[in-house]
Design a protein around this ligand. Structure first.
Ligand code: NAP
Length: 247
């Protein structure tokens, strides 16, 4: 069988790490990407190889930097000779109530969580169009659907990513390319590790499953969307949140 090649942005840790390892298990050649944590990315690469990925390479790029975001996909395509799956996962939070948000809290979150996905996807789609095959999966958030106090920047970026997903899906649906988003609720990663206990408890009380999710659970959903079995799912935003989102 032909080996498919996947790039997972922000796969040095958290949800991205789990997605990269799940794709490795399923036989993809995997491009591990990191922003700052090279050592962790190298560890993930070793694990991915041990899980059976036929090929693993590590790529650095600060996705808040427009030029680096633009160059990442081209570098992966050059190294791998092609790209079938792009997972736009890298993301940050810079939380604060609106009146206290600094300009850079806004611009950094928009640059990393939204603009970077535009640059990587544009480059990937150009290649996928020629091959008449592709899977793009954007990691959004329930924040982008529901809104969260203290996350106006993050919710705006994730809502933007969801709109982006829907539009691009329609543009390239006839060329064998699907573009979908996943919207995780609260997942146990570094991003949620430092929540104050009272906030954590109040979030837990709202989740029908009465627990936070695991990165591996998100990874299974993403890898399904990446598979050929998901060919007729397009432009969707699939919540994975223990029942939190009411639709
Ligand atoms: P995480 O544990 O904080 O990991 C974030 C990843 O993004 C790291 O690999 C990090 O790389 C990378 N990254 C951050 N800024 C970057 C930059 N400027 N350039 C390049 N890479 C950058 O986060 P996570 O919880 O796994 O979240 C992954 C995605 O899921 C994010 O898009 C997040 O918004 C979304 N999400 C998370 C939750 C949750 O509850 N955890 C819920 C909904 C959605 P380095 O460490 O190497 O810099």
């Amino acid at each position: 069988m032909e080996v498919k090649r996947a790039l997972v942005t922000g796969s040095s840790r958290g949800i991205g790490r789990s997605i990269a390892l799940e794709l490795a298990r399923r036989g993809y050649a995997v491009a591990i990407h990191y922003g700052r944590r090279k050592e962790l990315a190298l560890e993930v690469a070793e694990e991915a190889a041990a899980e059976g990925a036929p090929r693993v390479e590590v790529f650095a790029a600060d996705l808040s930097d427009q030029d680096q975001a633009k160059g990442l996909v081209a570098a992966v395509i050059e190294a791998f000779g092609g790209l079938e799956v792009l997972v736009n996962n890298a993301g940050i939070t810079r939380d604060g109530l609106l009146v206290r948000l600094k300009d850079e809290d806004w611009s950094q979150v928009i640059a990393t969580n939204l603009n970077a996905a535009f640059f990587t996807t544009r480059e990937a789609i150009k290649h996928m169009m020629r091959k008449k095959y592709g899977r793009v999966i954007n990691v959004a958030s329930v924040s982008g659907l529901l809104g969260t106090p203290g996350q106006a920047n993050y919710a705006a970026a994730k809502a933007g990513l969801i709109g982006f997903t829907k539009s691009v899906a329609k543009e390239y649906a006839a060329r064998g390319i699907t573009v979908n988003a996943v919207a995780p609720g609260f997942i146990e990663t570094d991003m949620t590790a430092n929540l104050p206990e009272t906030l954590r408890e109040s979030y837990l009380a709202q989740i029908p499953a009465a627990r936070f999710g695991k990165p591996e659970e998100v990874a299974k959903l993403v890898s399904f969307l990446a598979s050929d079995d998901a060919a007729y799912i397009n432009g969707q935003t699939i919540c994975i949140d223990g029942g939190l989102t009411p639709h």
